[in-house]
Design a protein around this ligand. Structure first.
Ligand code: PA5
Length: 537
């Protein structure tokens, strides 16, 4: 079918037209395809010069296909057909979309929720291999999963090293450790590709291919798309998509709403969310991706063709556009468009300057004694403890609805609400209903992220982008905690520190933060969902 963009909005297409003409005159598409690092200005050039190899992965990743197939056949010969992936952000979002779309099972661990990790451990370990994916090789969540699985294999009488496959950058501490430990195989990825542009590197292809997805087809799709995406003419869909985002941004748009209305590509908005938020959300500007459930969801202001995924925006005069194509081509189209939008918005689309702040705050909390200095809740209502950061909670608030009303009243008119659930995204999946419910009640664009997963995605925008969000953190009691072998913390302590650490950083940015701690997760979620029905902004 090939890739395409449809801008179903005459005004936006008109505004994008001069930008497309300028991009053509400046030969931006062919220069980007040729990995010209000067496209984002001199400040961005040093970073861009080591971040552009993603444009030609359809060629450079080709040799991986045979290696992945060989390993998969070897593992299958040993009865190993259950693949678990430990990886955060760019190291797991693409393989999750690829495998969901292909309809092959992959257990993704991008969580510090002890219950969710315990459920992954409870699967049949005799048939399991774990792919440990980390570009830096130092990400705490992924390192914790590796330790936990290594111990579990050993305790089950399985040679752990033979079940661990590593994907990392050459020279990382993880590569060294894996080689010394004799892990099954180490795939090193091209270090000149950043996490969110790595869908077609070993980070996307190894776990997806081992799980049974046709990764050669992805590269074929990308190769076909590349020809079109390199053209300096107005048939190039990336010029239109990037220019439409750039034009909307220039008109004051701050948000891009993402919905899938039945493309058959499963979960694409979750991947695109990271690409757009981390690439553009910095220097107090950018585009906030708001992933919504479907075209009827609150926040999705207009519906259109059934070609999906869809991006619409902005806040006031909403425009609608859609993209279509096979997944390998769509990855490349959205990456080209994001890099082009970055040039138009005037930011460096390859760094993520604010991601580290939350990690540092969590590390500092982990260094303190467990339970050491935690403040008492402002209120306890049923199964929910209320913690306020900032000063927005009136002394008169006694019910959860009072608390939520005061919290939402603290949001500026064209701001947004971010719901951040540090819970089990399988067992506590019902928390996701809070997004449309709060959007409906508040009439504000509302995002939903599972913590700590979103810290490696939209977390960049929340700290680096427009400072007009209000942040609802949801944490929960840990029924059965999990030790992290040879570390001084459990998963539950780490998860708690991540929520508190990010909350601190958001509060330091002057943002209102409400943390609701569920002392009983199921009961607390019911109470909270009920309270949201009583809220009106
Ligand atoms: O885009 C990014 O760089 C991040 O989201 C990373 O992908 C994420 O933090 C995981 O990092 P690493 O692959 O180094 O473990």
């Amino acid at each position: 079918m090939g890739i395409s963009v449809d801008i179903v909005h005459d005004g936006l297409a008109e505004q994008a037209r001069p930008l497309v003409d300028q991009l053509i005159a400046d030969k931006v598409a062919s220069k980007l395809a040729a990995q010209d690092a000067t496209l984002w200005g001199p400040d961005a050039q040093p970073e861009a010069s080591i971040r552009l190899s993603w444009t030609t992965l359809h060629e450079s990743s080709r040799a991986l296909v045979g290696e992945i197939e060989a390993l998969q056949a070897e593992l299958a010969g040993e009865g190993i057909d259950r693949i678990v992936l430990a990886g955060m952000g760019g190291s797991s979002l693409a393989p999750e979309v690829i495998t969901a779309t292909a309809g092959v099972p992959l257990v993704v661990l991008d969580t510090t929720d002890a219950g969710q990790v315990a459920d992954a451990l409870a699967g049949d370990l005799s048939r399991t291999a774990i792919v440990v994916s980390s570009k830096s090789g130092g990400t705490v969540e992924t390192d914790s999963h590796r330790r936990i699985f290594e111990k579990a294999f050993t305790e089950a009488g399985i040679d752990a090293a033979s079940r661990i496959v590593v994907v990392t950058d050459p020279g990382s501490p993880l590569e060294k450790l894996a080689t010394e430990a004799g892990y099954r195989k180490v795939f090193t990825a091209d270090p000149h590709v950043g996490g969110r542009y790595s869908a077609l590197t070993a980070f996307g292809l190894v776990p997806a291919g081992l799980a049974g997805a046709d990764v050669a087809a992805l590269l074929d799709d990308a190769a076909a798309a590349f020809k079109l995406l390199s053209l300096d003419d107005d048939t190039n869909p990336a010029l239109w998509l990037g220019a439409a985002w750039g034009a909307a941004h220039a008109q004051g748009a701050e948000k891009v709403i993402l919905a899938d209305t039945g493309s058959g590509v499963k979960g694409f908005p979750d991947w695109a969310e990271q690409l757009i938020a981390e690439s553009t959300g910095k220097q107090g500007t950018g585009l906030l991706p708001v992933a919504v459930e479907n075209a009827d969801a609150p926040g999705f202001v207009t519906a259109g063709t059934d070609a999906t995924p869809i991006a619409i925006g902005p806040d006031v005069d909403a425009a609608f556009m859609s993209t279509a194509g096979e997944l390998g081509g769509l990855f490349l189209l959205w990456e080209f468009a994001t890099a082009i939008a970055g040039r138009l918005i005037g930011i460096n689309p390859f760094d993520q300057p604010d991601v580290e702040a939350a990690k540092a705050a969590a590390r500092a909390l982990l260094d303190k004694p467990v339970g050491g200095e935690e403040a008492a809740p402002n209120l306890t209502i049923g199964a929910v403890e209320v913690y306020e950061s900032g000063e927005w909670l009136p002394a008169t608030a006694t019910t959860l609805a009072d608390v939520l009303n005061a919290f939402l009243a603290a949001a500026p008119d064209h701001g947004y609400v971010a719901v951040q659930a540090y819970l089990d995204r399988l067992d506590d999946a019902s928390a996701a209903v809070l997004r449309p419910a709060i959007a409906r009640a508040s009439r504000l664009q509302t995002t939903f992220g599972w913590g700590p997963r979103f810290l490696h995605s939209t977390g960049q925008y929340h700290k680096g982008g427009h400072q007009n969000g209000v942040f609802l953190q949801i944490t929960g009691a840990v029924a059965q905690d999990l030790e992290v072998p040879d570390r001084p913390y459990t998963l539950g302590v780490l998860q708690h520190a991540q929520a508190l650490g990010d909350g601190q950083v958001l509060a330091e940015h002057g943002r209102p933060v409400l943390r609701l701690h569920l002392t009983d997760r199921a009961a607390g979620l019911v109470e909270l969902t009920k309270a949201v029905q009583e809220v009106k902004r």
